[in-house]
Design a protein around this ligand. Structure first.
Ligand SMILES: C[S@@+](CC[C@H](N)C(=O)[O-])C[C@H]1O[C@@H](n2cnc3c(N)ncnc32)[C@H](O)[C@@H]1O
Length: 308
């Protein structure tokens, strides 16, 4: 028995090494998914084929199980799809965000590593608030798969989340993710155009935190996007109008109606947009401008405003 186990393990290692040679140079990796490389892709597809779906970030932490003939066929089929630029998260049905493996599919944007800057800042503020009050009300607009708001709620038990998106498909995926994480009783999910999903007066001045990763790609840039993204992820997730600021302006304009006094508005901005928006909103009637979060390259990616 022990001998057979050892030979299975040796076979697994041999198959893996052969796959590495076969697929070296045949897979393209996009910079907005830095966790993906040949090793993490092979391992994520391998785990899926074994019946244990997980993200690329997660798969590199696990030993490879032994695959039977049928499972090996599934693995080859997945890799053939990946060669054709089908996103890995759509093949595995999983994408990791802030340490949580979320369900991910064509219904919403695949959560990006860069958005963790916004998620971590929102979590930090929500934990500060949780020390002073019994509940922290968070609104996640343009919520996509729900990754931002759900990650904050998952890591802070005092958070009550209202999440919304214009896309009916996305709203369905948020529900699936909330259920998977066991957060159903602290999460309200609605479909709607920005704030309209929660336009009832009972939501006015109710939120401690509003977070949003809006579509902010300018129409011109949108046309030049990588095919892997444009062909597989929802158009609605990217196009932010002529200059990319359409949703951001509306967000800044309407958020004070929903925020408590001293409540926070945090949102992601595209590369090169941060300085401009920060200048415009440095002095406004309704907000204190509280700064930004930069990425490792020094680009502003998150703006932080506080209602006066
Ligand atoms: C960049 S994606 C962000 C998704 C998710 N929050 C994330 O961080 O991965 C933008 C989302 O905004 C949604 N959206 C676009 N226009 C909208 C609008 N007018 N009102 C509400 N949601 C909108 C899209 O459907 C998409 O899910």
């Amino acid at each position: 028995m022990a001998g057979r186990d050892l030979s299975d393990i040796m076979d697994t290692g041999k198959i893996y090494d052969e796959l590495k040679i076969e697929f070296e140079g045949r897979l393209r990796f996009l910079p907005d998914k830095p966790e993906e490389n040949l090793d993490s892709t092979l391992k994520a597809c391998w785990q899926f084929a074994s019946g244990n779906p997980m993200s690329a970030s997660e798969a590199v932490k696990h030993p490879l199980p032994v695959l039977d003939e049928k499972q090996l066929k599934v693995l080859h089929h997945l890799l053939a799809q990946r060669v054709k630029n089908v996103p890995l998260a759509h093949l595995t049905g999983r994408q990791n965000f802030m340490g949580i493996d979320f369900l991910s599919d064509r219904r919403a944007l695949i959560p990006r590593k860069e958005t963790e800057l916004l998620g971590e800042k929102a979590l930090e503020l929500s934990l500060d608030l949780a020390e002073k009050q019994p509940e922290v009300n968070v609104m996640d607009l343009c919520c996509g798969s729900g990754n931002l708001g759900l990650a904050v709620a998952y890591n802070n038990p005092k958070v009550h989340l209202c999440a919304s998106d214009l896309s009916e498909d996305a709203v369905g995926l948020v529900g699936d993710n909330a259920q998977m994480l066991g957060l159903g009783d602290r999460v309200r999910i609605r479909r709607g155009n920005l704030f309209s999903a929660f336009q009832d007066r009972s939501y006015y001045e109710c939120f401690d935190l509003i977070i949003c990763n809006p579509p902010y790609i300018s129409s011109a840039k949108f046309k030049k996007m990588e095919k892997e993204i444009a062909a597989h992820e929802p158009v609605l997730a990217f196009d932010g109008g002529k200059h990319g600021f359409k949703i951001i302006y509306e967000l800044i304009d309407k958020a004070p109606l929903y925020l408590k006094t001293c409540g926070w508005l945090l949102f992601e901005v595209g590369l090169g947009q941060g300085e401009f928006i920060a200048r415009v909103f440095e002095s406004t009637e309704k907000y204190h401008y509280c700064g930004y979060v930069k990425d490792l390259k020094g680009d502003i990616r998150v703006l932080v405003l506080q209602k006066k």
